[in-house]
Write a protein that binds this ligand. Structure first.
Ligand code: G3P
Length: 308
């Protein structure tokens, strides 16, 4: 069971040997969050990414065919143009681009093309599911491609990870990142769960508050998941991968993906994620809280007395 009060900062012993996320770059004042987790934007829409990047909210981008389509790409050619723009916009920070080829040879060739557009390109390789697309496909295509790309010095993010053994095999293949999809796991658990809706369980927040306009409670920590096994399946997966990677000093970064709400961000950080890739609609609100807004309004009103 995932319990935030029992989680230990076990990731530290692993992260301390990994590169700093916010290096001081020769400045006298060291960066106070030199080993903080990185936050990426999970979108391909430039108008969403630009303000978040300029504000320092994100230091990387993840895309996939669904997000490219949502951003307006109507062909692979258009998707490639979009990708080039993203690579330029956030350089030197990573832009994750997913392969659409499905054979080992085709994927390696496509990865080489995408990687040639910038040092900040990371190739997203689906870990498995190949036989679901075509039963004659090789089930190990993803692992073979990830390993071949590691041999070619191309950074890989193994995506569509739903259990810790998939994460381990991705790491062994040489992937720099693994992407566990905690939101989809939570959706799955929600649909298949018994009607045991413990108050305060973040998994049910969206459903329980579906038609509410005033979503003040979204920021409150009482919605952090508490107890139950299947309901906590998302952050528990992150915790499992983190523990395994820490045990064996694996430096593949855990890139938690598929977020549905704020509480899941906290849960993943407590569980030991290295990176969170978050949809823009959640990121746009990270600096706000209903009480922050109320406090600001009051400071503003009271400061009028000082106006000349
Ligand atoms: O980065 C993966 C993410 O885009 C998947 O999110 O919302 O489709 O489960 P979602």
């Amino acid at each position: 069971m995932f319990n935030i009060y029992q989680t230990k900062a076990g990731t530290h012993s692993r992260r301390i040997r990994m590169p700093e996320t916010h290096p001081s770059g020769g400045k006298k004042l060291p960066h106070p969050a030199a080993r903080a987790p990185r936050i990426f934007a999970d979108t391909a829409t430039i108008s969403e990414i630009k303000p978040l990047y300029q504000a320092g909210v994100i230091s990387g981008v993840t895309t996939n065919p669904t997000l490219m389509k949502k951003a307006g790409a109507k062909s692979w050619e258009q998707a490639k143009e979009m990708a080039k723009e993203l690579i330029k916009l956030v350089a030197p920070h990573p832009v994750n681009l997913e392969l659409i080829e499905l054979t080992e040879e085709g994927m390696i060739k496509q990865a080489q093309e995408l990687a040639s557009w910038g040092d900040n390109v990371v190739i997203k390789v689906p870990i498995g599911g190949y036989t679901a697309v075509n039963p004659s496909f090789d089930p190990f295509t993803g692992l073979k491609v990830a390993h071949a790309l590691w041999q070619k010095d191309i950074k890989v993010n193994c995506t569509l990870v739903f259990n810790s053994t998939q994460a381990l095999w991705a790491a062994q293949a040489g992937a720099c990142y693994v992407s566990p999809f905690l939101g989809r796991l939570a959706d799955y658990a929600y649909k298949n769960d018994l009607p045991e809706r413990t108050p305060g369980n973040s998994l049910y927040w969206i459903e329980d508050h579906k038609n509410e306009k005033d979503d003040q409670n979204v920021s409150n920590s009482e919605y952090v998941a508490s107890g139950g096994d299947r309901k906590d399946i998302g952050p528990r997966l992150i915790q499992e991968i983190s523990a395994i990677f820490t045990n064996y000093d694996i430096h593949t970064e855990i890139l938690a993906a598929s977020f549905r709400n704020f509480s899941q961000l906290t849960e993943c950080l407590l569980a030991g994620a290295d990176i969170l890739t978050v949809p823009a609609n959640i990121l746009q609100k990270v600096a706000d809280h209903p009480l922050t807004s109320e406090g600001m309004k009051r400071f503003y009103e009271d400061s009028k007395v000082f106006e000349k």
